[in-house]
Design a protein around this ligand. Structure first.
Ligand SMILES: [Zn+2]
Length: 416
């Protein structure tokens, strides 16, 4: 058993911080007692870890990452710039680095295959708990269609563990959903619009899929026990995704343009993963047409986040990292605060609400008895300065299921 004592606890539920808290963890890696230190009965068998003066949080969750992506350039997207083995090792190092920055769980929004999950389970490498989507399902011409701006198809043979994801018509949609599940998808990712970075001609408000196709996709995914995360920025494709009842809207930049959309989200309990970080990158560093799209959507995106928050929609932190830099996932929490969430709400967006979005709230997301001890101890108080979560020096302790993955406080350990 382990007993963490002395930190200020922010438990991820939105409750006020608890000073001088204690968390008792059993040998199965689950928390058995949580609260102010005097309320937690210490077991004599427990190893005591003194984290006084620091802040204890649930392990962070990124609900939209592309851990196996290493740049937006076509050569990188198609894997032409280096041997596949090099890319896989690069991905492994991203997994380790992401965990080391306090991210104990990641939902991968396409690209990462189930082999990485297996490698983590076999302890070949360390990494966050993974919820995988494998590929983005779209019709021909949509986001899942691997075609270059020159009109050429991808020349690299497909990885069978990341199945082809173009589907036209109800039958193909059902078949592709089943193929994803067979290859190890925990969640189904689809796209009903273009995006900022998609090819010219398929932009943020250009629709993909018709009503029957999307209804079939959601039905099939739910029948197989998978949630649906849907890339949708604006226009009729965004409305379609909400109407057929996807489980989360990724990006949602133009939700503010149709007054019926946000109430519909609130009523159906659909999560909103705005991924603010990627648009900062697109506005500053991407190709010309992408920068233009990123700038055009900015004010709508902020308005959408604010209105969704007011309507009671759960906002969830996701970075869309992969095209842009890995390893600074906590920037999203800073941007959510700048977009109008309170610091406490931003932390919920990266912990409790994120776990609920993944459907893993029974085990993860908050510091409560019964849940897995995925925990983060930081030097300083993120409610006063959210940016400190981006500084690896301030990440003092990371536990995943009670196992210590990062330990920069060994000096303070006391054996009892
Ligand atoms: Zn994405």
């Amino acid at each position: 058993m382990q007993l963490l004592v002395g930190a200020t606890l922010i438990d991820g539920t939105g409750s006020p911080p608890v000073p001088d808290a204690a968390v008792l963890i059993n040998d199965e890696g689950r928390m058995v007692a949580v609260g102010a230190r005097h309320t937690v009965a210490a077991s004599p068998a427990a190893e005591v870890i003194d984290v006084s003066g620091m802040t204890l949080l649930p392990g962070l969750i990124d609900a939209h990452d592309h851990l196996a992506a290493h740049g937006y350039a076509l050569t990188q997207r198609w894997g032409l710039d280096e041997p596949q083995s090099t890319t896989h090792l690069r991905t492994a190092s991203v997994l380790q680095q992401t965990l080391a920055t306090g991210y104990t769980t990641v939902r991968d929004a396409a690209g990462l295959d189930a082999g990485f999950k297996l490698a983590i389970a076999e302890r070949l490498i360390t990494g966050p708990r993974l919820q995988l989507s494998l590929s983005i399902i779209s019709p021909t011409g949509g986001l899942g269609d691997r075609i270059s701006p020159s009109g050429h198809s991808c020349c690299v043979p497909p990885n069978p563990n990341v199945p082809p994801s173009v589907a036209n018509g109800v039958q193909e949609v059902r078949q592709v959903v089943r193929t994803m599940v067979r290859a190890g998808a925990d969640v189904i990712k689809c796209a009903t619009t273009g995006g900022a970075s998609s090819r010219p001609g398929h932009g943020p408000k250009d629709a993909a899929f018709n009503h029957d196709e999307m209804l079939a996709l959601v039905e099939e995914a739910h029948a197989l026990g998978r949630r649906v995360m849907c890339h949708a920025l604006g226009g009729p494709g965004l409305r379609l995704a909400l109407e057929v009842g996807v489980d989360s809207i990724e990006h949602g930049c133009y939700l503010d343009e149709d007054p019926e959309l946000i109430p519909m989200m609130a009523e159906k309990g659909i999560f909103f993963v705005p991924t603010l970080t990627v648009y900062v990158f697109h506005r500053e560093r991407s190709a010309f047409h992408v920068r233009e799209r990123g700038r055009a959507l900015q004010s709508h995106h902020l308005e959408s986040v604010q209105r969704a928050l007011e309507a009671g929609v759960k906002i969830v932190a996701g970075t869309d990292a992969g095209g842009h830099e890995h390893g600074i996932n906590a920037r999203e929490l800073q941007y959510l605060v700048e977009a109008g969430l309170s610091p406490m709400q931003a932390l919920q967006a990266g912990t409790g609400w994120a776990a609920a979005c993944l459907g893993w709230e029974h085990d993860l997301g908050t510091v409560e008895p019964g849940k897995l001890a995925d925990l983060l101890v930081v030097d300083g108080n993120p409610l006063q300065d959210m940016t400190l979560l981006q500084d690896p020096q301030r990440i003092k302790l990371v536990l995943q299921g009670g196992k210590i993955c990062v330990d920069q406080c060994t000096k303070q350990r006391v054996a009892v």
